[in-house]
Ligand binder design. Sequence first.
Ligand SMILES: *[C@@H]1O[C@H](CO)[C@@H](O)[C@H](O)[C@H]1NC(C)=O
Ligand SMILES: *[C@@H]1O[C@H](CO)[C@@H](O)[C@H](O)[C@H]1NC(C)=O
Ligand SMILES: *[C@@H]1O[C@H](CO)[C@@H](O)[C@H](O)[C@H]1NC(C)=O
Ligand SMILES: *[C@@H]1O[C@H](CO)[C@@H](O)[C@H](O)[C@H]1NC(C)=O
Ligand SMILES: *[C@@H]1O[C@H](CO)[C@@H](O)[C@H](O)[C@H]1NC(C)=O
Ligand SMILES: *[C@@H]1O[C@H](CO)[C@@H](O)[C@H](O)[C@H]1NC(C)=O
Ligand SMILES: *[C@@H]1O[C@H](CO)[C@@H](O)[C@H](O)[C@H]1NC(C)=O
Ligand SMILES: *[C@@H]1O[C@H](CO)[C@@H](O)[C@H](O)[C@H]1NC(C)=O
Ligand SMILES: *[C@@H]1O[C@H](CO)[C@@H](O)[C@H](O)[C@H]1NC(C)=O
Ligand SMILES: *[C@@H]1O[C@H](CO)[C@@H](O)[C@H](O)[C@H]1NC(C)=O
Ligand SMILES: *[C@@H]1O[C@H](CO)[C@@H](O)[C@H](O)[C@H]1NC(C)=O
Ligand SMILES: CC(=O)N[C@H]1CO[C@H](CO)[C@@H](O)[C@@H]1O
Length: 763
Amino acid sequence: MASNICVNLLFPCITILHLIFTLARSENYIIHMDLSAMPKVFSNQHSWYESTLSKVTANNNLTSSKIIYTYTNVMNGFCANLSPKEHEALKTSPGYISSIPDLPLKLHTTHSPQFLGLNPFEGAWPASKFGQDVIIGLIDSGVWPESESFNDNGMTKIPSKWKGKLCQFENSNNSSFCNKKLIGARFFNKGLSAKNSNINTTIVNTTRDTNGHGTHTSTTAAGNQVDGASFFGYANGTARGIATLSRVSMYKIVWGQNEDPIAISSDIMAAIDAAISDGVDVLSISLGPTFDLPLNEDPIAIASFAAMEKGIFVSCSAGNDGPDFKTLRNGTPWLTTVAAGTMDREFHATLTLGNGVSLTGWSNYLGNFSASNLPIVFMGLCDNVTELIKVKNNIVVCDDGDIIEQYSYVYQANVVGAVFISNISNFDFFRKEEYSFQDLSYANIFISPIDGEITKSYIKNNSMSASIANMSFKLSIFGTKPAPGVYSSSSRGPSNSCPYVLKPDITAPDTSILAAWPTKLPVLDPVTEVFNKFKFLTGTSTSCPHVAGVGALLKGARVDWSPAAIRSAIMTTSNIYDNTKEHIKDIEKGNEVATPLALGAGYVDPNRALDPGLVYDVGVQDYVNLLCALNFTQKNITTITRSSFNDCSKPSLDLNYPSFIAFFNAGNSSSRAIQEFHRTVTNVGEGQAIYVASIMPVEGYRVSAIPNKLMFNKKNEMLSYKLRIEGPRMTQNNEVAFGYITWQDGKHVVRSPIVVTTTNFNL
Ligand SMILES: *[C@@H]1O[C@H](CO)[C@@H](O)[C@H](O)[C@H]1NC(C)=O
Ligand SMILES: *[C@@H]1O[C@H](CO)[C@@H](O)[C@H](O)[C@H]1NC(C)=O
Ligand SMILES: *[C@@H]1O[C@H](CO)[C@@H](O)[C@H](O)[C@H]1NC(C)=O
Ligand SMILES: *[C@@H]1O[C@H](CO)[C@@H](O)[C@H](O)[C@H]1NC(C)=O
Ligand SMILES: *[C@@H]1O[C@H](CO)[C@@H](O)[C@H](O)[C@H]1NC(C)=O
Ligand SMILES: *[C@@H]1O[C@H](CO)[C@@H](O)[C@H](O)[C@H]1NC(C)=O
Ligand SMILES: *[C@@H]1O[C@H](CO)[C@@H](O)[C@H](O)[C@H]1NC(C)=O
Ligand SMILES: *[C@@H]1O[C@H](CO)[C@@H](O)[C@H](O)[C@H]1NC(C)=O
Ligand SMILES: *[C@@H]1O[C@H](CO)[C@@H](O)[C@H](O)[C@H]1NC(C)=O
Ligand SMILES: *[C@@H]1O[C@H](CO)[C@@H](O)[C@H](O)[C@H]1NC(C)=O
Ligand SMILES: *[C@@H]1O[C@H](CO)[C@@H](O)[C@H](O)[C@H]1NC(C)=O
Ligand SMILES: CC(=O)N[C@H]1CO[C@H](CO)[C@@H](O)[C@@H]1O
């Protein structure tokens, strides 16, 4: 019991993927090859790779191939299990570019559609027909195909562009597990099996979800409507994904059971390769490398470049390693990197004293409490189990103390109900981790110190036997203020792999999202035999599929927009204010105003994203120009772009992005006191428009737009401006200053964040 609480409180539902060390000397390598060096005699890449490999391997027996995967979309190359000697020999083969080790990945572990303002009658839902022609691919732990959220009620036939044929469950291709909602299911475990030959016991050849994560993320993005969903009475109502009618195709790469998931690079690259062949429109990836990798060694960065070129919108989680700066993962310029924000919902309970006074507290108690008019007693710090046992048929009141110990003592004494007086950061832990103290063990309410005084005073004024109270539970309260805020553990920028592009991009709902869960997997941590069709999860894992869902709605409504245009629309129309009309706060940082390094451009608003007015588009060559300016070699760039020639004639760190980050030298250095950024915006509104810039100042800097007026004559016209930031003579080390530039035409508000910090930024 005690450990249950510790786990829930201390680790915000992050499941760590364990790297399994093997004694074998052979290792998996992902090998990049230069396709232009392939001799004409080979009819395809695979046979060239086989031949290349046969020349360097100990047993040059062509029929026992060492190739685990051949990649065709995401890169030119293959994955093979090689001894160190074979690996060295391969490096001298014609066409060899480079190789990267096969590394572990880490998972970034129903009210939300309403909180985002989605409405069946106007806005992004009807404009996109609920995303019905859009296919969302998820790279995750599989699906529970029997979940009601995968029902295909009201769905039209599968779009004809779909090329995915496989529906792989329980060692067979069995289309009876798929339908018009779940249109594809594939698994990838060859890399993992080759790396860990002793892993067979946990790997079954199926896309079935043995973790729960993938069922949750896929139904968050695109679950169909299910009425009467709830979690033991909490958050009761209709559960539905953001893109309610979009199609789901699952690519399972996460293996192992709930508490012990494993995934590696070679499998994710094969999964994204397959998703591209199948024809997905959107990808949702709620996992990332376990440590920072340069862009040319990051499997998700490499594979998603090809996806971006094919017009696929890729949403990735930023990670749950916050609140420190520079903890962000997936800070790749061609991805949409998603941070996590809270919602306006809390779960309340009431304590009614015998004198009629009713007090509201917080509770996650999952049971059905029916006793009434129980005696209530004050038990000090509730730190003596023997004493607690004496009053086990009462409601005990516990003073503010070590809540984890108290909770456990009350449990050991088998007390029927408890009232904990607690001021733990004004109950932020309930807002951050709504599933803390989520169990069936005994009825409990957490009340504030002020309400605690009222309760204690009531008990004191009565003789013990006369003090009575009632408790009621499971009140889902909406509209709590302030909301949203940035979730405490959401990873913060800047991006380590490319600090010149401001990351994260956007914040989406993330705390305590109710979505589908495999009915055969327990819903409580650690494993107790309690099951439910829906479950709450918290983390950027759940905000990422929200943005994938929004991307699907935009793709459905704006079929000709590029992934960068969709990202731009989502960013520039987002909210930076909470429901008290104040700037969104960073919960973990003492409720300070959230910087764009935590919040990105703002909190996603799908209906406004539909009509952004202007977009900042980015083409493939723009990303190449960025890679050139990052001083990547031609070969380094080839490993990302797959192209043997990359035009580096115009290197530039100044990507046409809907946000800005400027680095000034710390101290009194007079160099780089002025920085300029160049941007080109495309008018995606109807016809003529005049946009005027306004600047929300960056403290200590002078920011201006040149020109500050843009006059568009027609739709799709592009105009450019320059953003100039003039720094002070002195810049404080590690200072993060920020402001916004907003272009307005009277109808649209196109806002971009501007961050100014120091070159050696390291907080
Ligand atoms: C090559 O490998 C196959 C399959 O493993 C095996 O049947 C065959 O005997 C091998 N041939 C040689 C020459 O080693
Ligand atoms: C399913 O079909 C594919 C392609 O036809 C095949 O490669 C695979 O071995 C089949 N079996 C399973 C279990 O997926
Ligand atoms: C496909 O799955 C269904 C449902 O589990 C089962 O009834 C059927 O026998 C399976 N068919 C094949 C060919 O495995
Ligand atoms: C796992 O499977 C591989 C190939 O299917 C086999 O070579 C290996 O012996 C198996 N390992 C165990 C521990 O069963
Ligand atoms: C899964 O499939 C692979 C290759 O198709 C096979 O070697 C392995 O034995 C299968 N694993 C199980 C548990 O059936
Ligand atoms: C949820 O439960 C509450 C309290 O039991 C009830 O008042 C409310 O109508 C329910 N909401 C829905 C949508 O079923
Ligand atoms: C609580 O009551 C509901 C409705 O009667 C029931 O479905 C549920 O199983 C009960 N929960 C527990 C934990 O006993
Ligand atoms: C708990 O209370 C009992 C009396 O009920 C007392 O004997 C015991 O010493 C107390 N234990 C602690 C640890 O204070
Ligand atoms: C909680 O109580 C402690 C001890 O009484 C106090 O120091 C702290 O400031 C309180 N915190 C809040 C948020 O009220
Ligand atoms: C308890 O009694 C005191 C003194 O008579 C009074 O001030 C206080 O309001 C009473 N509290 C309650 C909860 O009745
Ligand atoms: C790239 O190299 C040049 C020349 O050495 C240097 O001035 C520049 O700062 C480097 N750029 C980056 C992004 O490191
Ligand atoms: C700038 C950069 O990332 N260069 C890399 C190019 O690739 C080689 C081999 O992977 C790396 O060692 C360089 O660091």
